[in-house]
Design a protein around this ligand. Structure first.
Ligand code: PLP
Length: 378
C-alpha cells in the first residue's frame, strides 16, 4: 500500500466537476456549472500565434499582457504597476497560490458563507480554520482573533450573485488595515453587470494591509484558455511569483497571446455589450421561468450580475436530497450545501446557472425541478 501524504485527509473531489462530467450526457439540462453560453465563443477569432510563443516564458507572464492588465485595472480604480501583476493559469490557480502563501494547518481565515466551493475546497485542503465573514459586519470577532486572510467575492458573488455596497467595501478594507489581515478579492464576474451597482474593488480601498486582487478571462472570453491574473501588494507579490514558479513555471503562452489580442481588439467593447445583453436576457427569461415553475416553492432575488440564481426551497426541503431525482429526469443543479463553510447541516438552497442553457432548455429544466420539488413536498 503506497504511503500518501497526510494532507490528503483533507482532499475531496469537487462535486461540481463530477456533475460537469454527468452534464456531458446528451439532453441533460445543466444548471450546475458556471459555464459561458456555448454560442458566445462563435465571434472570437485569433490570428496565428508567433513561433516565439512555443518557447518557455517568464513566470510573471508576458510583459505586454501585464502592462495591458495594469491599464485595465487603473480604469476600474485599482492602481497597480505592471511589475506587480502576474498572469495565472486560470484564477483558480490564484486561490491555490494565496492558500499556500498564508495557510498552515489550523490557520484562521475568514470567508463568506456561502462562498465559491472550489475555494473552500482548497482552503480546507491546506487545513485552514474557516470562520464566516458577513458583509454587514466584516470584522466581527477580529479584535479577539484576527484571521490571516479574508477571502471575498464582493461583486456578483458565486453563488449568491450579491454585490457589496460601497459602505460594506470600505468597512472591509478598513478592517483589513486595522487588523493586518491579508485581503484576497476574487473578481471574475465584474464585467457581467446587468444592472447598476457598486463595483469598486475593495483592494483599491486598502491602505496598509497586504492584498491580492484577481480576475479571470474565463467568463468573458473562454474558460478553455485557462487564463486569469492577479495583482498584489508589494509585501506578498514576490512570494506569489515563487509559488507559481514551483507550481507550473509559467502560464501557457498561446493563451496569453490570444487574450492580449482580445484585449487590444477594437471590436471588444461591442462584443462585451452583446455578451452582457445576451446574459441579461437569459437572466430575465430564467427568472420568468422560475416564477412560472418554482413560484411559491422557493425564494430568490434577481442577481444584478454574474451567472447564478441562489434559490432557497420552502418547506424545509433538503436540496441535496432532490438532486438524484432531478438527475434521473435529466436536470442538474448544484446543491447549496457545497458552498457553506459549515456544510454538515442540510440546506434548502440550490445554485442555478442561467448562462449556459438556452430558453427552451431552461424552461424544460425548471419544469422538471418544480415537479421534483412538488413530489418531495407530497
Ligand atoms: C469566484 C470564482 N473564483 C475563481 C473561479 C475560477 O475561475 P477560472 O480558474 O476559470 O479563472 C471561479 C469559477 O467559476 C469562480 O466562480
Amino acid at each position: 500500500m503506497a504511503r500518501l501524504s497526510e494532507r490528503l485527509d483533507n482532499l475531496h473531489g469537487s462535486p461540481v466537476r463530477a456533475m460537469l462530467t454527468a452534464a456531458q450526457q446528451p439532453d441533460m439540462v445543466s444548471f450546475a456549472g458556471g459555464l459561458p453560453a456555448p454560442d458566445s465563443f462563435a465571434d472570437l477569432s485569433f490570428p496565428p500565434a508567433p513561433l516565439s510563443a512555443m518557447q518557455y516564458g517568464p513566470t510573471e507572464g508576458e510583459p505586454d499582457l501585464r502592462a495591458r492588465i495594469s491599464v485595465e485595472l487603473a480604469c476600474i480604480g485599482l492602481d497597480c504597476p505592471a511589475h506587480r501583476i502576474m498572469v495565472l493559469s486560470g484564477s483558480q490557480q490564484g486561490i491555490d497560490l494565496a492558500a499556500k502563501l498564508v495557510i498552515d494547518a489550523g490557520a484562521p481565515i475568514a470567508v463568506e458563507s456561502p462562498a465559491y466551493l472550489a475555494a473552500l475546497q482548497v482552503f480546507q485542503f491546506f487545513g485552514a480554520q474557516m470562520s464566516c465573514l458577513s458583509p454587514a459586519d466584516p470584522s466581527a470577532g477580529w479584535a479577539e482573533a484576527p484571521p490571516r486572510l479574508a477571502y471575498v467575492t464582493p461583486t456578483f458573488q458565486n453563488p449568491t450573485g450579491r454585490c457589496w455596497s460601497g459602505a460594506e467595501r470600505r468597512a472591509l478594507a478598513q478592517a483589513c488595515d486595522a487588523h493586518d489581515v491579508v485581503l484576497f478579492e476574487d473578481d471574475p464576474y465584474r464585467d457581467l453587470a446587468y444592472d447598476d451597482c457598486e463595483r469598486t474593488p475593495v483592494a483599491a480601498m486598502v491602505e496598509q494591509a497586504d492584498w491580492i486582487y484577481q480576475g479571470s478571462f474565463s467568463k468573458t472570453v473562454a474558460p478553455g484558455l485557462r487564463l486569469g491574473f492577479l495583482a498584489a501588494s508589494e509585501g506578498v507579490f514576490e512570494q506569489l511569483v515563487h509559488l507559481k514558479q514551483a507550481a507550473d513555471l509559467h502560464t501557457n503562452r498561446l493563451s496569453q497571446f490570444y487574450v492580449l489580442h482580445y484585449l487590444n481588439d477594437p471590436g471588444r467593447a461591442q462584443r462585451m455589450g452583446r455578451l452582457v445583453n445576451l446574459y441579461r436576457e437569459r437572466r430575465d427569461m430564467f427568472e420568468a421561468a422560475m416564477q412560472h415553475h418554482l413560484g411559491g416553492l422557493a425564494d430568490w432575488s434577481s442577481p444584478a450580475g454574474g451567472l447564478f440564481f441562489w434559490a432557497v426551497l420552502r418547506g424545509g426541503l433538503d436540496a441535496q436530497a432532490l438532486l438524484p431525482r432531478a438527475v434521473a429526469r435529466g436536470v442538474l443543479f448544484t446543491p447549496g450545501v457545497h458552498f457553506l463553510v459549515d456544510s454538515g447541516a442540510p440546506s434548502g438552497a440550490m445554485r442555478l446557472n442561467f448562462s449556459h442553457a438556452d430558453a427552451s432548455a431552461a424552461d424544460r429544466g425548471l419544469k422538471v425541478l418544480g415537479a421534483v420539488i412538488r413530489e418531495a413536498l407530497g
